[in-house]
Design a protein around this ligand. Structure first.
Ligand code: BGC
Length: 351
């Protein structure tokens, strides 16, 4: 297990101290996290032969995260994960305008969002890191001072657990998520994710327009490339001529989860390594992104290349553009409420 060198993360951004933290369980599962963007930098998970490999994309220095990333590698995403159409929304009759950082739209909270800011970090135990961030009233265009708490834990059952909490002093929007790019084969093998077998516990999804904004409908997945209700290789329909696939340039869609009570949302199995991932959440949706928007080859940590379809994201969330879709579950947070959200990535191997 070749961990990322902490020295390359020891630095200052916006006059705040940045460091790299290492979380570990007793079985050897290890996760490195920087408080710059609360980003997961590496995640070492055992394969069926007991070999630990890094299964998430990233860079090996703070400098690269600061200077090159629009990919949100491993980041905490907020105040609003995913898109808000035209960067506009209204709350209590007042209109707000956010940055248009994705064509005409707002994506992942804006230019700095929560992914390019320094969080305060407190490593509570060997396997637990608490991160907090105070987002000021008006920051990135959102109303209300928002106090955010994020707890990462590497549990003994090989779950990477992510728990979010937030409190506001004015009515606002909150939709937090996590943006790791996984390749369960191990990133050093330079393979695509097309042979990974995916199941998503969703009989409907939210179709999008050509700019990635949901149309507002919930469509059945049956007889479409979006049917992952039974295990299917990710690559099977990824190049289909389906309009929705062409709008996403592959998969870049929100699935409406059938069960919303911490049941399993999705499962991925990689046949060669035998690694499996189960995603648990209390959120109503999950974005499945097959890493379609980059072109060509790029170099990440340890000079390992990444390229289209070399990893996938499964982002637990409320639906994209919810503030402008009254029929979608609400993302409004009132001052007297506490926002909470749970995401568990549980790893295992096939036997
Ligand atoms: C979005 C993609 C976007 C990507 C950026 C994903 O969460 O759904 O549309 O290109 O983030 O890395």
């Amino acid at each position: 297990m070749e961990l990322i060198d902490k020295n390359y993360f020891n630095g200052r951004v916006d006059n705040e101290q940045v460091l790299l933290f290492t979380l570990k369980n007793k079985k050897g599962m290890t996760c490195q996290i920087t408080n710059f963007g609360a980003r997961i930098v590496s995640l070492f998970v055992s394969d069926k032969n007991g070999v630990f490999e890094d299964i998430v994309l990233g860079y090996d220095s703070l400098k690269e995260y600061v200077s090159t990333d629009e990919l949100y590698f491993g980041a905490a995403i907020g105040r609003y994960g995913n898109r808000i159409a035209n960067g506009k929304f209204s709350i209590e009759g007042k209109e707000y305008q956010l940055a248009k950082n994705n064509g005409n739209h707002n994506l992942h909270g804006g230019n700095k969002g929560f992914h390019n800011v320094v969080w305060k970090a407190n490593q509570i135990k060997n396997n637990r890191l608490e991160l907090t961030y105070f987002s000021k009233d008006g920051e990135e265009g959102f109303p209300g001072n928002l106090q955010v708490k994020l707890m990462y834990s590497v549990l003994e059952n090989n779950t990477l657990e992510i728990k979010y909490e937030a409190l506001t002093d004015k009515v606002t929007l909150v939709n937090l998520t996590h943006h790791s790019y996984f390749n369960l084969r191990g990133i050093r093998h330079n393979t695509t994710i097309e042979k990974h077998l995916l199941t998503i516990n969703a009989s409907t999804y939210t179709p999008i327009d050509e700019e990635g904004i949901p149309t507002g409908e919930l469509l059945s997945v049956s007889d479409t490339p979006f049917d992952f209700t039974k295990q299917k290789p990710i690559g099977k329909d990824i190049d289909s001529l389906d309009t929705q696939i062409s709008f996403g340039n592959g998969y870049d869609h929100n699935f409406v989860l059938d069960k919303n009570n911490l049941k399993i949302a999705a499962r991925v199995e990689e046949p060669i390594s035998g690694r499996t991932l189960e995603v648990f959440t209390d959120e109503p949706g999950i974005q499945f992104y097959s890493f379609n928007h980059i072109k060509g080859m790029h170099k990440g940590k340890n000079n390992i290349e990444f390229f289209p379809k070399s990893a996938f994201c499964l982002e637990t969330q409320h639906f994209p553009n919810s503030p402008n879709q009254p029929n979608f579950p609400s993302v409004v947070l009132q001052p007297e409420q506490k926002y909470t959200s749970y995401c568990g990535y549980k790893f295992d191997v096939t036997r």
